[in-house]
Design a protein around this ligand. Structure first.
Ligand code: ADP
Ligand code: MG
Length: 378
């Protein structure tokens, strides 16, 4: 990838710039917890966005996307937003730095990545973090702190890309650390690194390549259920709820709201259980919690779908240590923790069985937990 980028940069702009990378992310556990003030538990992965960048002494940005074979040129004022959606991520990062009083001047860039687009591994956060970190280094002497870099990425999605996302993806892409996951408290925004060295296991994402578009905005309905229960309990978010509290009001709320809240409360506990298990190196418990999360997302929170439940069933049959839906649900990937000796059989079986039922193979992305956004060193 680096050679390709060097070559493209030289062809378009002649010479060479500095190379920066930023990763995509996965989330081990902690789903639908962010908007309930709970914990998420992501890690950066070894799939990256890579950009070669050099200030050009003008007030124009010139960028070449190798993967899309497309070129964009834009100024740095609010009115200069480029037409191409991929370039708006970069324009947005520039604008958000400027809005915060940071410095950005014209630059040339060529970039490419191997984070699959739209698979739930957050290629967009990788793109934002890569440029945010690079522009911090090139124009701001790294004076913008890392949390602000993540917020710059998040604001880019909100203000320039029409995606109303949380902070997890950009946070993980910026703060990622090899062999560690990060437990982020979505209420206080404090975080802690936990060791993740699943020796004897592989981590693999299995992408169903389906995305069910649902008419009645299920995400907003889930949120509304959580908010109703929290209000009934007289607390701000379900972060402060326990199963005892929920059971005490069971007869006052709908069965649907009860099961939604039950999932959120149990999921918060599961994240804490997984943290203890990781410290103890107990990956069987980690795996068990992953299956519990899947069951909860499927039966209580009802955000699974037939294809994801089937992937989960196949994982169970193949003796996979842990498997669950990753992300919001209704399609996308499962994340799987698989013993080395079972890996080849699992991959072959999941491809064959899924294909036999749905007419296409799932995509397989093995991942290794890796470092966050940084200047590239050989
Ligand atoms: P994801 O879940 O992968 O973040 P998004 O839809 O949020 O999916 O972001 C994907 C968008 O990010 C793409 O449509 C494109 O605009 C931009 N993008 C991601 N990766 C690349 C890439 N390698 N080259 C150019 N643009 C990219
Ligand atoms: Mg995205």
């Amino acid at each position: 990838m680096k050679q390709k980028i060097n070559k493209a940069f030289d062809e378009h702009f002649s010479g060479a710039g500095t190379i920066y990378v930023a990763p995509g992310r996965f989330n081990l556990i902690g789903e639908h917890t962010d908007y309930n003030g709970g914990f998420v538990f992501p890690g950066a992965i070894d799939k990256l966005m890579m950009a070669e960048i050099r200030p050009n002494g003008t007030d124009k940005v010139r960028v070449y996307s190798l993967d899309l074979n497309d070129y964009a040129e834009f100024g740095l004022n609010e009115a200069d937003a480029p037409a191409q959606s991929w370039a708006r991520y970069i324009f947005g990062v520039c604008r958000e730095i400027l809005k915060r009083g940071g410095k950005v001047e014209g630059f040339d860039a060529a970039f490419a990545g191997n984070v699959p687009l739209g698979a739930g591994l957050s290629s967009s956060a990788a793109l934002e973090s890569c440029f945010a970190n690079a522009l911090n280094d090139l124009f701001n002497d790294n004076s913008i702190d890392k949390f602000e870099l993540a917020r710059i990425g998040q604001s880019t999605e909100h203000n320039y890309c029409g995606v109303n996302c949380g902070i997890m993806d950009q946070f993980a892409s910026v703060f990622g650390k090899k062999d560690h996951l990060m437990r982020l408290d979505c209420r206080s925004m404090e975080f802690e690194y936990f060791p993740f060295k699943p020796e004897g296991h592989k981590l693999v994402l299995v992408d169903s390549v389906v995305k069910h578009e649902l008419a009645d905005s299920p995400y907003n309905k889930r949120r509304a259920s959580c908010e109703r229960v929290a209000k009934r309990l007289g607390i701000e978010t379900l972060r402060d709820a326990t199963m005892e509290m929920l059971d005490a009001i069971k007869t006052d709320i709908t069965a649907e709201d009860y099961f939604r809240a039950k999932f959120v409360i149990e999921e918060k506990e599961r994240v804490l259980t997984v943290c203890d298990a990781l410290v103890a190196g107990d990956y069987d418990t980690v795996g068990r919690c992953m299956y519990e999360t899947h069951a909860g997302l499927s039966k209580d929170y009802e955000v699974s779908c037939e294809e994801l439940d089937y992937l989960n069933d196949i994982a169970k049959e193949c003796g996979v240590t842990g498997s669950r839906i990753m992300g919001g649900g209704f399609g996308g990937c499962t994340v799987n923790l698989v013993k080395d000796e079972l890996y080849d059989n699992f991959i072959a079986t999941v491809k064959e069985k899924f294909n036999a039922r749905y007419g296409h193979e799932p995509k397989i992305y093995p991942v290794i937990v890796s470092d966050g956004a940084r200047k590239y060193e050989e």
